[in-house]
Design a protein around this ligand. Structure first.
Ligand SMILES: *[C@@H]1O[C@H](CO)[C@@H](O)[C@H](O)[C@H]1NC(C)=O
Length: 361
């Protein structure tokens, strides 16, 4: 090769590289074939950087974007994963994610988001995972989530939600895991859960519900894991879990000040494996409490009344390898004794499986 040919080739090579070099924003790292990953973690950005169109992952964590503007990511047609945690975001404009029709993962946790304009999630029809926990979101108006027709996981824990309105989840008909822990929810409209009948995991713990939202819950069909811990609820009513009773495996009702399960609270519940009811004011369990498949039960710190109504519980405690703490509070002769050991339950008749239907409580 002669000298001029070599220079020409070198020049050509540089020309090819030039757009690539330009494509990686200043202070960021880019890697993967065709710069598919752009990493700008904690580099003091105040504006969304320009990135190559072929970018599939954009990590903008720990920067400073008070407002996500309309069309801020418009050219990033091939983006699959967008990371925006810890970036002081306060507001998401309408059309903020417009053009992101391939986006599957969107991480917005640990910001100060209190304003999400209607239309904010337009175009996110492929979005499957949405993380919005640890923000200040006050409300979920009907229609806000409607574009998210493929959403599978929605994490909204540790926000400022006060109520779930009718149609709050309109459009998200494939939603399976919904986390609403640690908000201030005191009201769930009967039609709030109409569109999410396929929920498998539903966490509503650490909220302000004073009564069980039975009408809304009855729309759910396949809940496997329900968490209502740390809500100031006194009674679990009849038929509370019936619409998903054949699916529910884990139920968490601890730390609620719970005083009573209504007699038919567990109607239709057949597959429970794990139940948490510690730190309540329970003195008894209903006659139809489903011990059949139970593996784990935490029940300490309740004022259990040790009479024959607890005989099925005692039988279960005797059959399990674990030794959960469960002490009698009354009668006074049994106070402080473990339900498993107390003589107060000696001689109680435990209904056999066959005669269970007619069992006394
Ligand atoms: C619950 O939310 C508050 C703010 O609303 C937050 O400070 C706290 O860390 C959250 N708790 C957990 C366990 O995430």
């Amino acid at each position: 090769m002669d000298r001029s040919g070599f220079v020409l080739k070198l020049f050509g090579l540089l020309l090819c590289l030039l757009p690539v070099l330009q494509a990686c924003p200043q202070n960021c790292h880019c890697h993967g074939g065709d710069l598919q990953h752009v990493i700008c973690d904690n580099v003091g950005l105040r504006r969304i950087p320009k990135v190559a169109e072929q970018t599939r992952l954009l990590n903008l964590q720990r920067n400073n974007f008070p407002v996500l503007p309309t069309n801020g990511f418009r050219e990033m047609k091939n983006l699959v994963s967008l990371h925006l945690q810890h970036s002081h975001i306060k507001e998401i404009s309408s059309g903020a994610f417009r053009g992101l029709k391939q986006l599957v993962y969107l991480y917005l946790s640990n910001n100060d988001i209190s304003v999400i304009k209607m239309g904010a999630f337009d175009d996110l029809t492929e979005l499957t995972y949405l993380y919005l926990d640890h923000n200040k979101i006050p409300d979920l108006p009907k229609g806000l989530l409607s574009p998210l027709i493929n959403l599978f996981i929605l994490q909204l824990g540790s926000n400022k939600l006060r109520e779930l309105r009718a149609g709050a989840f309109h459009g998200t008909k494939d939603l399976r895991w919904l986390y609403l822990s640690n908000n201030s929810i005191n009201s769930v409209h009967p039609a709030a859960l109409d569109d999410v009948e396929n929920l498998a995991i539903f966490h509503l713990d650490k909220n302000h519900l004073t009564s069980y939202p039975g009408a809304a819950m009855s729309k759910l069909r396949v809940v496997e894991d329900l968490k209502l811990s740390n809500n100031p609820m006194k009674i679990i009513p009849d038929l509370a879990f019936q619409s998903f009773g054949r699916y529910m495996e884990t139920l968490s009702l601890d730390n609620m000040g719970l005083e009573k399960f209504s007699d038919k609270a567990f109607a239709g519940v057949t597959t429970l494996k794990t139940v948490h009811i510690e730190n309540n004011k329970l003195s008894s369990l209903p006659g139809n409490f489903p011990f059949g498949r139970l593996e784990t039960l935490t029940l300490s710190n309740n004022p259990w009344h040790c009479s024959c109504q607890l005989a099925p519980l005692r039988r279960w405690l005797e059959s399990t390898r674990s030794r959960p703490d469960a002490a009698c509070a009354s009668p006074s002769s049994a106070r402080g004794q473990q339900i498993r050991d107390t003589s107060a339950l000696r001689g109680c008749k435990v209904p056999t499986k066959r005669s269970k239907k007619g069992s006394r409580h």
